[in-house]
Design a protein around this ligand. Structure first.
Ligand SMILES: NC(=O)c1ccc[n+]([C@@H]2O[C@H](COP(=O)([O-])OP(=O)(O)OC[C@H]3O[C@@H](n4cnc5c(N)ncnc54)[C@H](OP(=O)(O)O)[C@@H]3O)[C@@H](O)[C@H]2O)c1
Length: 243
């Protein structure tokens, strides 16, 4: 029997690559994105993969829509939920020019939406074989690793996501659900491509491998794209360069 994965933010970047690699590996992919009609690369992937990939409109900031989608997919199990959709608010992240509306949006998308997704899809996940929730964080969300400041909205919302994940790991253990945060490493996407650091030329196959590796991991582990598990607590990690 094929396994099912639901991924948010699949129209570009890491989400698109997750969708491509899971579909290629024979998984049933529920690929979510804000605007399916504008998601050209995802639509092309759908043409190639056929029934193995379905596209669902989902703005993760719209919590009523999350509930609605959970209802629509109620006959399905979800082995792996990947909360991938995320934002970095260019222009509003620096001290002295913080954009507080953008700040609320960052927390809503990066931290609250993954929690809402877990609440809405709990039964789909609990009824599956793998029972996994993977929240895509960033090492910028690590408090202990923070040596350079800046990135207020992104860092603090990802730190909040790390705490949400730790809580879920504890609370959902009774369902047999494993919940982890995954730091994908620096990947050249629209978000990662502007960083002044070494880049990957494209999203790494290691991402998918990692999400599988997570089956063997204990709850709330923090992992990198090099398959190196960092210290158990993401807010206490020391950075490890990956690629
Ligand atoms: N790239 C890196 O180096 C890096 C490093 C560490 C962590 N990450 C994390 O990895 C994840 C993916 O990042 P990426 O590099 O692929 O970024 P990206 O290329 O900027 O893509 C972000 C994705 O999130 C979606 N998204 C944003 N807001 C959304 C919303 N309200 N509802 C639904 N989808 C929404 C975007 O959809 P639209 O096109 O509709 O905006 C897009 O599909 C993020 O959580 C990011 O924080 C990335």
């Amino acid at each position: 029997m094929s396994q099912n994965v639901l991924i948010t933010g699949t129209n570009r970047g890491l989400g698109l690559e997750f969708a491509r690699q899971y579909a290629t590996a024979g998984w049933q992919v529920f690929a979510c994105c804000r605007n399916p009609h504008k998601a050209d690369a995802l639509q092309r992937l759908k043409l190639k993969q056929g029934e193995m990939l379905s596209i669902h409109a989902l703005d993760v900031a719209d919590f009523a829509r999350i509930d609605q989608l959970a209802k629509q997919l109620s006959g399905n199990t979800i082995d792996v939920l990947i909360n991938n959709a995320g934002v970095y608010q260019y222009g509003g992240e620096s001290f002295g020019s913080i954009d507080y509306e953008a700040c609320l949006q960052s927390f809503r998308i990066n931290a609250m939406a993954p929690l809402k997704m877990a609440e809405a899809f709990i039964q789909h996940i609990a009824n599956s074989e793998q029972k996994k929730i993977i929240n895509i964080t960033s090492k910028l969300g690590s408090i202990d690793d923070n040596r350079s400041g800046h990135h207020y909205l992104y860092r603090s919302s990802k730190a909040a996501l790390n705490m949400v994940t730790k809580n879920l790991a504890i609370d959902l253990a009774t369902y047999g659900i494993t919940t982890i945060v995954l730091h994908p490493g620096l990947v050249q996407t629209d978000m990662g491509g502007t960083a002044r650091r070494p880049r990957w030329s494209k999203a790494s196959p290691a991402c998918v491998r990692l999400s599988r590796v997570s089956a063997a991991s204990t709850a709330a582990d923090f992992m990198t794209s090099a398959d190196k598990k960092l210290l158990g607590n993401p807010w206490k990690i020391h950075a490890v360069e990956v690629n």
